[in-house]
Design a protein around this ligand. Structure first.
Ligand code: F6R
Length: 609
């Protein structure tokens, strides 16, 4: 969703902002803009719809080389369509404003303060710019506080007052924003995202809510409502700048798929001691593993699919009742929350607003909560009782791959720890389970090395309008994820279906034009999955089968497209299977000539409900 970058210092401001916006592109956006405050006190705005590249071309026509500070923004439209006029920054008199979030009462404010004739766009943001200008009489901090007190909704604002050339201002409510002083202590940065800062700062902090933030070259001051300075904890950047590049790959998604063996190692190794699970690195108290009678998992999209895998295993291995809740539904479903339930939230970004609200709701109603998060210091991480960080590193492609795999391995470690502490796994079994996790990188490498064969399976999928993925049990959960990957980046309507359910209606959609992927890796379900695959084949569907040599097939030659995954214990088959499905989605999207990393309408970080 929207991205923010702000800079004050000795570098070429325009260059820093445009480069920062390119780094933020992965979040998803539809227009971009910058404001540059020059030495005459003129705040020059450039903005346009489409890619940051369009903005770069536009800026080159009228470069501002003497800017003292500036801000950039990528917009993901909420209020008002995708137009140049609606793009940020917005200006009103001496005020220039960029905004992430949604102001709910902007129309009321526009009416109350008679701002209609000063607002030309359809945005909530421009109303706030006009309001700031209305109240501004030379004291920026007072003005920001006054206006913020009138707003309902969520916001992270970057603000320039054109008569103040040596300062940038910021304030936030709910929507996250971070800031940091440059390594040389002579510059300061503001951003919605640590990826845009990693080149320049050694550490950064999350701006606390409702605190006015003043950025000067080499200094950042935070002031509370009583004008007292606020001091906050700083977070160190532990991601290499290089980790944010494409490393020679054409697409981030490809690079991130290929990184999966390594990120599994990075996530499992710190949590394995003497062959057993060991979560001391996460400072989670031991009683959490034995205390609860029920588990609720809350998450969205891919992260929710990781939760479904955990549900399957927690039920079968731990005999614990588990519910998986779509986070956006959770708080509206009157969930039953009590102190016998552990709420586990899963989120790559740690900023997904639905998941955050669900965590807040659960905690407010007395639940204990553990979150599995990738981005360090993110809002969900900060607001959770306990956090387990997946060590996936920065994930830039909109379609999640390596973060998902680390969510899975984290959940597997939790399951092993719970089983061991509850006496369900004896030491030897727990060690065997952990060693199966540690063997995964090598087994996934095999699928990656053989990716040309996976590519060959996609021949009939490129031109398809609809596609089905069928399987049962853990295979079905893997297909839900594979199907989401395919639809989001290839725009093919794809449905993952529990294969036993097909003949209760949906099989009517199967025709020779409907490719079907069947995943058959679970020994106890294989014969039934196979029968279901035969049923769709009999209706003319072109079937691609993903299976393993450990599953006996009566007549393999009847399957034209068959791919053998490495044979692992049933509960671990999901790992190579999902990697193959990620590759299928990737190749279909690439063959169709689509923007693999930035699919239409999607944002990497979903900060609106
Ligand atoms: C799909 C995808 C999304 C995210 C979802 C939750 O490839 O990435 O479905 O999984 O938006 O995001 P996080 O994990 O950041 O909470």
């Amino acid at each position: 969703m929207c991205g923010i970058i702000g800079y004050i210092g000795h570098r070429n401001v325009e260059e820093v902002l445009l480069k920062g916006l390119q780094t933020l592109e992965y979040r998803g956006y539809d227009s971009a803009g910058v404001v540059l405050l020059d030495s005459n006190g003129t705040a020059q705005v450039q903005k346009c719809v489409g890619k940051v590249q369009n903005l770069i071309v536009q800026c080159k026509k009228a470069p501002v080389n003497d800017a003292l500070c500036g801000m950039g923004h990528t917009r993901w439209a909420t209020h008002g369509g995708v137009t140049n006029l609606n793009a940020h920054p917005h200006q009103s008199g001496k005020v220039t404003l960029i905004h992430n979030g949604i102001i709910e009462n902007y129309q009321e404010l526009a009416n109350e303060y008679h701002l209609a004739d000063q607002v030309i766009s359809e945005t909530d943001t421009e109303v706030v710019a006009a309001l700031l200008n209305r109240f501004y009489e030379g004291d920026p901090v007072k003005t920001i506080r006054t206006v913020a007190s009138k707003l309902k909704g969520t916001y992270a604002f970057g603000i320039i007052f054109s008569d103040i050339k040596d300062k940038l201002f910021a304030i936030r409510h709910v929507s996250p924003i971070i800031a940091g002083v440059g390594k040389d202590k002579k510059e300061a940065f503001l951003s919605s995202d640590v990826t845009a800062l990693s080149e320049y700062v050694a550490d950064y902090f999350v701006i606390p809510e409702d605190v006015v933030t003043i950025l000067e070259a080499g200094k950042i001051t935070l002031l509370d409502a009583c004008d007292q300075e606020v001091f906050v904890n700083h977070l160190t950047i532990d991601w290499e700048t290089g980790a944010i590049g494409k490393n020679g790959y054409e697409f981030y998604m490809e690079k991130e798929i290929m990184e999966q063996p390594q990120v599994i190692v990075n996530t499992v190794m710190p949590r394995c001691k003497d062959g057993l699970p060991d979560l001391s690195v996460d400072h989670i108290p031991d009683d959490i593993w034995t205390k609860y009678e029920k588990i609720t998992i809350i998450a969205c999209g891919t992260a929710m699919h990781a939760g479904l895998v955990a549900k399957n295993l927690m039920q079968s291995l731990l005999r614990l009742p588990v519910t998986v809740e779509i986070a956006s539904e959770y708080i509206y479903s009157d969930p039953v929350i009590d102190d016998t339930t552990l709420v586990i939230a899963i989120s790559q970004s740690g900023e997904t607003i639905d998941t955050l609200e669900a965590v807040r709701y659960a905690r407010k109603h007395g639940a204990d909560n553990l979150s599995i998060v990738n981005v360090k210091g993110s809002t969900i991480a900060r607001e959770s009782q306990f956090v387990l960080y997946t060590n996936a590193g920065p994930e830039i492609a909109v379609a999640s791959t390596k973060a998902y795999i680390t969510q899975l391995v984290s959940l597997y470690i939790l399951i092993c720890q719970m089983a061991y502490m509850r006496g369900i796994f004896l030491k030897e079994k727990a060690m065997q389970f952990m060693s199966s996790l540690l063997a995964l990188p090598g087994q996934i490498e095999q699928v990656l090395a053989d990716r040309a064969s996976v590519h060959a399976l996609t021949k009939d999928m490129i031109g398809a309008k609809d596609l089905f993925m069928i399987g049962r049990g853990l295979d079905y959960t893997a297909l839900l994820e594979g199907s989401l990957k395919l639809k989001e980046i290839s725009y093919i309507h794809s449905e993952a279906y529990a294969s036993g359910e097909l003949k209760h209606g949906t099989i009517a959609l199967i025709t020779p034009e409907t490719p079907v992927i069947t995943l058959i890796t679970q020994k106890k379900l294989a014969s039934k999955e196979l029968s279901n695959a035969i049923e769709v084949k009999a209706r003319g569907a072109k079937v691609v089968m993903l299976t393993t040599k450990a599953i006996p097939l009566e007549d393999p030659s009847q399957w034209e497209h068959i791919y053998y995954l490495p044979a692992l214990p049933s509960e671990f088959m999901i790992f190579p299977a999902v990697v193959a499905l990620q590759l299928i989605a990737f190749y279909v999207s690439k063959e169709k000539g689509l923007d693999v990393d930035k699919p239409r309408n999607l944002a990497k970080v979903v900060t609106v409900e």
